[in-house]
Design a protein around this ligand. Structure first.
Ligand SMILES: Nc1ncnc2c1ncn2[C@@H]1O[C@H](COP(=O)(O)OP(=O)(O)OP(=O)(O)O)[C@@H](O)[C@H]1O
Length: 311
């Protein structure tokens, strides 16, 4: 659905996107992550046909975004970061206008507007003036706009920015349900949201792709080859515990997380690919400590993001 080869974008001598390549298959929901200024919006605007690339090849649904711009854009629904709406229009009027502008004709216009109103839960506000809507409803109007011409591909730039937790959850559920029928590329700084809806993530840093994989595989990349840190709670002082566990040959780091009432909580990271659980247990036995927790700490998407994008 998306094919990007060696894409570059220059702004007045500054290279914001530095030769990136990736592809997105039909039916995927892909999270596009990166620190501020990484080049996410720039890339998304190029994919949506709003900005010309400086170099490289970009195709959407098999159509070159430069040579066959109109045809490519027919397949794309784009929701920009700050949804530009005509605040004097009513929701219905706006969506009818947008549908016509995007080439929807005749009876189909009403049908499509009704369908997206239903899908985006806009029915109760469809006759309201957009300027009087809350931020959450405006975001949904933006999403309805992106969907009104039945695109195959949805490009959503921070779709939940500025929403409260209830609204975030409802937009997230909506995106997940759209994933059944659409391919989706979405950027977000809310990593729990990306973890919840995306099948794959692309991490962009300073205009380059640092990683592209499922969150599970990325966690494997950064934490001990997939085995992850082990969290233990043992009945001793944290310094004694730290020293004892650090002696294990396959241990990379030992960090104390808490110490209270004679118990210490530690996170022990193994060297890549090593399983240190037996060794940990032997030490606990030898020292005659009591053990009330031994669990695996899975790297969160936030851990992965921070590790891959720190300077
Ligand atoms: N129109 C422009 N003219 C000049 N520089 C620009 C322009 N648009 C973006 N940039 C620069 O290009 C770089 C990438 O910006 P972009 O908006 O694509 O990043 P982003 O990853 O979307 O960031 P954010 O998470 O803050 O939205 C930044 O350094 C930005 O200042």
């Amino acid at each position: 659905m998306i094919s990007v080869e060696n894409l570059t974008k220059d702004y007045a001598g500054f290279r914001a996107v530095q030769g990136i390549s990736f592809s997105v298959q039909k039916g995927e929901i892909v999270g596009f992550l990166g620190p501020n200024g990484a080049g996410k919006t720039t890339t998304m605007r190029i994919l949506a046909g709003y900005l010309p690339p400086t170099g490289g090849k970009v195709a959407v649904a098999g159509h070159d975004i430069v040579a066959e711009s109109l045809e490519a854009r027919r397949h794309v629904g784009y929701m920009p970061e700050n949804v530009p709406l005509y605040t004097d229009l009513r929701v219905n009027e706006y969506l009818v206008y947008r549908a016509r502008l995007k080439g929807v004709r005749g009876k189909k216009v009403r049908e499509r507007v009704e369908a997206v109103n239903r899908l985006c839960h806009l029915d109760e506000v469809k006759n309201k003036v957009i300027g009087n809507l809350s931020k959450g409803y405006r975001q949904r109007v933006g999403l309805a706009d992106a969907l009104v011409h039945e695109p195959d591909l949805l490009i959503l730039d921070e779709p939940t920015i500025g929403l409260d937790p209830h609204q975030i959850r409802s937009v997230r559920d909506l995106i997940r349900s759209l994933g059944n029928r659409h391919t989706i590329l979405l950027s977000s700084h809310i990593l729990s949201e990306v973890e919840a809806v995306c099948t794959r993530v692309l991490i962009l840093h300073r205009g380059k792709i640092e990683a592209a994989d499922t969150p599970e595989n990325l966690a494997r990349l950064i934490r001990g080859g997939g085995l992850g840190a082990i969290r233990v709670e043992v009945s001793c002082g944290s310094e004694d515990a730290r020293r004892a566990f650090a002696q294990l040959p396959d241990v990379e780091t030992v960090n104390c997380r808490a110490e209270r009432e004679g118990w210490s909580v530690l996170e022990i990271a193994p060297k890549a690919g090593k399983d240190i659980r037996d060794g940990i247990f032997s030490i606990v036995q030898k020292q005659n400590w009591r053990l009330r927790e031994m669990s695996r700490v899975r790297a969160s998407l936030e851990d992965i993001f921070v590790e891959l994008t720190q300077d």
